[in-house]
Design a protein around this ligand. Sequence first.
Ligand SMILES: [Zn+2]
Length: 731
Amino acid sequence: MKPLSRWSGALLGAAILAAGISGGSQEIAGIRGFRASRVESERELEQKLQSIPTAARAEANLRHLTSEPHMAGTDASRRVAEWLRDQYRSFGFDAEIVTYSAWLPLPLEVKLEMTAPEPRTLASPEQPFEQDPDTYDKRAVPGFNTYSPSGEVTAPVVYVNYGMQEDYRELESLGVSVEGKIVLARYGQGFRGIKAKLAEEHKAAGLILYSDPQDDGFVAGDTFPEGPWRPASGVQRGSILYTELHPGDPLTPGVGPNPSARHVLPADSATLPHIPTMPISAMDAAFILENLAGRHVPRRWQGGLPFTYHVGPGASQLHMKIAMDYAERPIYDVIAKLHGTNDHEWVILGNHHDAWVFGAADPGSGTASMMEAGRALGELVRSGWKPQRTIVICHWDAEEPGLIGSTEWVAAKRAELQEKALAYINTDVGVTGSHFSAAATPSLKEFVRDVTRQVGDPASKGTVYDAWRGHTARSFDEISGTARKAPKPEIAGEAPVGALGAGSDFSPFLDYAGIPSIDIGFGGDYGVYHSLYDDFYWMKHFGDPTFAYHAALARVLGVLALRLDEADILPFDYSAYASEISREQNELAARAAQEGTQASSLKPVAQASAQLSASASRASLSLRAVKATSIDPARAKELNRALVSVEQTLLTQGGLAGRPWFKHTIYAPGTYTGYAAETMPGVSESLDRNDPATLRIEADSLAAALRRAATRLDEVSNLARGAESSPAAGH
Ligand SMILES: [Zn+2]
């Protein structure tokens, strides 16, 4: 007889719920991935966990996190990291700070003057408001764009709407050139780094980004401090690093923080922009736009300022001067572990802790909530529970400049993570309202829905899931700081879980290391993104006045972690993944056929996708069969390992064409959108560029990845069947 373990020779499989079975319905009273005999104790554990997070504690956390501006590369960022480390130690975690050195600028001078038609000083500081003493804080960094070069330009201005690809096409059709001009672009529609890249590609001499009231100011609603939207003097800071090529330190592309790693020189970095760039407020932009000559803009280009916009050039002329102090500066990741019985399997949660100024919503709301999830897990351990696997909670530094803290950590630990990490759960702008939204790798979408069915929604008194399905979901869009439409539900009648693009710390985990990932948060009206006004006052008056949604987020995070930690067979669903791939593959094939380009290049993808679908359904059936019989712990471990590693088979070692850091063949941020996810990016972007040679290479690489995934799923089937007939676990 085998020695008694926590599995105690029981029929582990006896009622493991359909791990890996697609479909929207949850089996009543069961929990996906848990055998029947453990369901009750898991429910009790989850109840207990959910009873621990409080709104009051989350509020106290956020008050502390927002007590001073704490930008990456400053002493204040180190103080936040030390406080987080000490908090996790007090929760019972094994917590440490991992320090890296990163190439970071501090702005010395960011000056803008109008020289014609009349002299005027622009780039004014954000206005303080009596109601909110924090807005008088002298330590707030002025508006600037991280990774702008230093430089000085005097030139006429051209207004380029959002400054995206289609806008430049339109300008061309109007016969307006931006060469040698200062380009004025409004925020929105795409990542600001793409706007900088495009301005540079079109030979502009400088770039000014501004927040138009139509996008996140008074046209959207009441402005701060009367409402949640951006006031006229509000400035959106932010990085313009070319992260669509690779995130992380611009001088250590893809090599991680190893001190012996070859650093490239700033002049040779592929991700550092080359033209002076700065952000300004709507108030300052109004002076420039109102005085701009030239033809009036196309109808869609008109924003919310009360006069007719003109394209320029003419009349308005600007002098911009930017002086940056670039240096290697220390950054501080906080890594906190709650060790499990099995220290070789990790469930990882993370959010960044650096902020442009106070960062109440971005990232403080996510941090304050994640801390409550951590405290709850620590309390369970105090009351006698031992995690089955190790739970790792990470608070990254230098996310805002370019996902640096997470990217360097993942690069340094890639092999270990690919061996041990089961999943990465991210939250960033955790709470700006009451509307839950999620994005995830398809294998984990149904799991996210399952968990939100267990957590109460503060306002409706139903579950988070019911509220999520019920509302016309709007979620925060890091591109513009405005609400956006939710993705289409991938299963009719179910709440939609989106695709992971970029723009937060899940990117290195998924795109570079192939770790299955989830990103969640509660969204709402949020116009103060990356400004002085994203502070405690904003959260207390608009975002989450009672902090009930912070507590709810802590519960969702806690239960996600707990279930992955405790599941007998991990709740990964590859049938869902295979059907998403098949759907995307069909769309791409239709597009290729329509454009008459090289439809034959996509044949191998169609074949491999069909093979993957067949293997995924066989694996699902085998996993379903496991529940009718028994399985021993060693085999369960093997089976879990195989299930997790399917995601890694979708990586291609050489990466995508032109951007080798991005190794995932199914997901990447779009080269010309930045944040939004591009599905099957290699193939899709070759079609966009009408590049048949690259299309063939990328299609073959995608097909090979799909075949690898199919083979791995066949191994899952074999392991599940072997498990079924294993004499060791015998009756
Ligand atoms: Zn953030």
